[in-house]
Write a protein that binds this ligand. Structure first.
Ligand code: PMP
Length: 467
């Protein structure tokens, strides 16, 4: 099918909420590790991985083989009958995450968070929740209620027992100051309503909120405050979990042990699965019959076991840290060269974001769309997120190669260089063909005239290479 045909069918039959990236979107028909191919045979290097999903690569042979083997043997009966894969997966997760010996399997991130929130209510016998502004936790009614990002709050009648506190981030503000402000708001809410609050839910790195890493010490201090009021901490590890940030759980990496963790996306490597896991004490409160038709089905569970085997065998967390450091360094250097365009680079491991025109987010959003389109035309799929949709998102399959990162940075440099040249031309035209002054060059932070030459070609001229 042509892209036009697919768009026409989606327009005709999907709900009007459905969107797609790109003015000229490709139809993706196959994938292999860090690559996807469209219907016309064009190959793209995927730097978005379906928002962190295919961390282990598209159609990874070892994982696809496990899926197919199980699909040929036994697909599903009911989770009330005994089958092996989900039992083995539960045991495996408990070994990998010993703080959380008990797990409940479901089918998506939203369902995992919904289950975790309900578990917290059962455990504390309280109704309320605390969440951060600009968070995203899912699409069910309760999870949209604890979602701070307005564009994802689809339910017009959200649960009204949710207290939002400012996330510990503001562009240009010192992270520790932002943390203090957020923690002081947390303390106020706890003082006022602590007796009615079951849990606080947090993404260790806000993904859709624009790759906002919780500052040093923030989560541990929040946990101490919460404990004082008997309030649980839920870490939403749906984007961060299973190695992307450099460890299996970003919450542990950021120095906290939550009471409940939720997972989905990367655990299934492209096959739907969700789960929430808890301490023995908290899990004991889910002691009434509860089951999911497909939660822990043999095909998803066998796939997840193969995903975990691959993550361990290939040491993907270490790889994410190593390659993430290289990618971040490259983006940072580009930011120094294009300071008008790139306001900030942030993130951890292979979960990185670059914000465009923070001071003018509407312009940033338009330029972000242009960068995405031009990068796609050059063979690279990157994502976007952020409150104003002006943050480039880099969260590739962790199996990506160093050469892919270099090639992507080169393409990004060419795209940003083109945009910067246009901006300078427009400025010059507006100022009556006035050439940039040395002061402009200094403000650009680069060694040459700002944006006149792409950054990497300058580097090459200097005999240097981006790391
Ligand atoms: N939590 C986070 C942090 C997410 O990023 C998402 C999805 N982007 C969800 C929850 C919801 O997951 P799902 O789409 O699988 O329901």
């Amino acid at each position: 099918m042509t892209p036009e045909e697919v768009v026409a069918l989606r327009k005709a039959h999907f709900f009007p909420c459905t969107q797609h990236f790109y003015r000229n979107p490709p139809v993706l028909v196959s994938g292999s590790m860090q690559h996807v191919t469209d219907g016309e045979g064009r190959v793209y290097t995927d730097f978005f991985a379906g928002v962190s999903v295919v961390a282990t690569g598209h159609c990874n042979p070892a994982i696809a083989e496990a899926t197919v083997r199980q699909a040929r043997r036994l697909q599903h009966t009911t989770t009330i009958y005994l089958t092996e894969p989900s039992a083995l997966l539960a045991e495996r997760l408990a070994k990998l995450l010993p703080a959380y010996p008990r797990v409940f399997f479901c089918n998506s991130g939203s369902e995992a968070n919904e289950g975790a929130l309900v578990l917290a209510r059962r455990h504390t016998k309280r109704r309320g929740f605390i969440s951060l502004t600009e968070s995203l936790h899912g699409r069910t009614s309760l999870t949209t209620s604890v979602t701070g990002l307005s564009m994802w709050r689809t339910d017009p009648f959200p649960d009204d027992h949710v207290y939002f506190i400012p996330r510990p981030y503001e562009f240009g503000l010192d992270p520790q100051e932002a943390a203090e402000r957020s923690l002081s708001a947390l303390e106020d809410v706890l003082n006022e309503a602590g007796d009615n609050i079951a849990a606080m839910i947090v993404e260790p790195i806000q993904g859709n909120g624009g790759m906002i890493v919780m500052p040093d010490g923030y989560l541990a201090r929040a946990k101490t405050l919460l404990e004082r009021y008997g309030v649980l901490l839920i870490a939403d590890e749906i984007q961060t979990g299973f190695g992307r940030t450099g460890q299996l759980l970003a919450s542990r990496q950021l120095g906290v042990q939550p009471d409940i963790v939720t997972m989905a996306k990367a655990l299934g490597g492209g096959i739907p699965i969700g789960a929430f896991a808890a301490t023995e004490e908290v899990a004991a409160s889910l002691n009434v019959p509860s089951a999911s038709t497909f939660g822990g089905n043999p095909v998803s569970a066998a796939t997840a076991l193969a995903v975990l085997d691959y993550i361990e065998a290939e040491r993907l967390p270490e790889r994410a840290e190593r390659l993430g450091t290289a990618l971040k360094r490259g983006l940072e250097r580009m930011r120094a060269y294009y300071p008008h365009l790139l306001s900030e680079v942030r993130g951890l491991g292979l979960m990185l974001g670059a914000e465009l025109y923070a001071g003018d987010p509407a312009r940033g959003a338009a330029v972000t769309d242009r960068v995405l389109e031009e990068m796609k035309d050059r063979g690279f799929l990157i994502g976007k997120n952020g409150v104003s949709r002006n943050v480039l998102a880099f969260q590739p399959p962790i199996v990506i190669e160093p050469g892919d990162i270099e090639a992507m940075l080169e393409a990004l440099d060419a795209v940003l260089g083109g945009i910067e040249q246009e901006r300078l031309k427009e400025e010059e035209a507006a100022e009556g063909a006035k050439t940039p002054t040395p002061a402009d060059d200094v403000s650009a932070g680069g060694s040459g005239p700002a944006g006149k030459e792409p950054f990497l070609s300058q580097e090459a001229a200097n005999g240097g290479r981006p790391e």
